[in-house]
Design a protein around this ligand. Structure first.
Ligand code: PHE
Length: 340
């Protein structure tokens, strides 16, 4: 009997030592120590022994079980450590190897120009305000001195959603919302999408505008031109100049159309500026006193100027894009050209 136990210990230890991986070690362990294993079978066989021999035998088998359990545990941690070393060696990464290059996206030309405009005007102390794209007739027209029967409503072909609501045709609607909440003095810049039922090479039913509004005591048209000269120099070229021509908008009085000297020919005249040396860039003017009154600002105390420009138009001029449709077609060959 003693011999049997020693033999079994020898076999089990050999099995433990010769297991090449944790799986075969587990199988060997089950073979000896599992619920139906050989050591367990020894205990079950005890009933065939004489009663007085049982306690001594049982003690021996339990000692054997403890020894084997310790042996298997030691082999298991040795194997685990070996397997981990192997895995680490196999998965080793050469950190000095050059990486795979990912494709980098580019910013849309409209986003680039918008960011540049925001930078220019934020640098002059303008606060950014974004109004809603769905507007009421009041903010888009009436409060901007364009009541229902006003002929200037025809200047913009409007998408109406209901009698009261529409897709805003101009970021000027934000002037009213802003002035209702703020007391002058202030400088506000409002970028956003606008919508008009209009479509050709230079018009799209959705486009972007950038609205500017400055209200303080003693603001004049000279302040407007000074600020726009600064804008033209930063956006187009160091030598850019602006020129104001009389125009009409219901919410400004006087109103002007602002031209920038052609950056392509320096003002000499070329195909881009159609030989005139000037390019029309934006609409502007002194805020109409009726508009100030509509927002609870006293026009005898405060004056202000406002301007509104088309972001796509500036992008088209700056990058020489000849069709506004390219902006919304998402052709990567087009978009990829606008890199830093
Ligand atoms: N809202 C005008 C347009 O869309 C532009 C503008 C803005 C003119 C502010 C004057 C002052 O044409």
């Amino acid at each position: 009997m003693q011999q049997d136990l020693e033999q079994m210990q020898k076999e089990a230890e050999e099995a433990a030592l010769s297991a090449a991986d944790s799986r075969s070690l587990y199988e060997a362990k089950t073979k000896f120590l599992g619920r139906t294993g050989l050591v367990t079978a020894l205990l079950k066989g005890m009933k065939d022994l004489a009663a007085e021999a049982r306690p001594a035998f049982g003690k021996k088998v339990n000692e054997l079980r403890e020894k084997l359990e310790a042996k298997f545990a030691a082999c298991e941690s040795a194997l685990k450590a070996k397997e981990l070393r192997q895995k680490l060696a196999e998965e080793r990464v050469d950190v000095t190897m050059p990486g795979r290059k990912g494709k980098k996206g580019t910013l849309h030309p409209v986003t680039r120009i918008k960011n540049q405009l925001v930078d220019i005007f934020a640098g002059m102390g303008f606060e950014i305000y974004e109004g809603p794209e769905i507007e009421s007739d009041y903010y888009n027209f009436t409060a901007l001195n364009t009541p229902a029967d006003h002929p200037a409503r025809d200047m913009q072909d409007t998408f109406y959603l209901s009698e009261e609501f529409l897709l805003r045709t101009q970021t000027s609607a934000g002037q009213i919302r802003y002035m209702e909440k703020k007391k002058p003095p202030f400088k506000m810049l409002s970028p956003g999408k606008v919508f008009r039922s209009d479509e050709d090479a230079t018009h799209s039913p959705m486009f972007h505008q950038m609205e500017g509004l400055v209200v303080d005591k003693g603001i004049t048209l000279c302040d407007l031109q000074g600020m726009l000269n600064e804008f033209a120099r930063t956006m187009f070229s160091e030598t850019s100049k602006t020129r104001l021509r009389p125009s009409y908008f219901p919410f400004t009085e006087p109103s002007v159309e602002v031209d920038v000297s052609c950056a392509s020919c320096g003002g000499k005249g070329c195909s881009l500026c159609k030989g005139t040396g000037w390019i029309e860039v934006l609409g502007a003017g002194m805020v109409n006193r009726r508009v100030l009154e509509n927002c609870g600002i006293d026009p005898d105390e405060y004056t202000g100027f406002a301007f509104g420009m088309g972001v796509e138009r500036i992008a088209m001029l700056k990058y020489g894009i000849n069709n506004i449709k390219l902006m919304t077609e998402n052709d990567v060959r087009f978009l990829e050209q606008f890199k830093d």
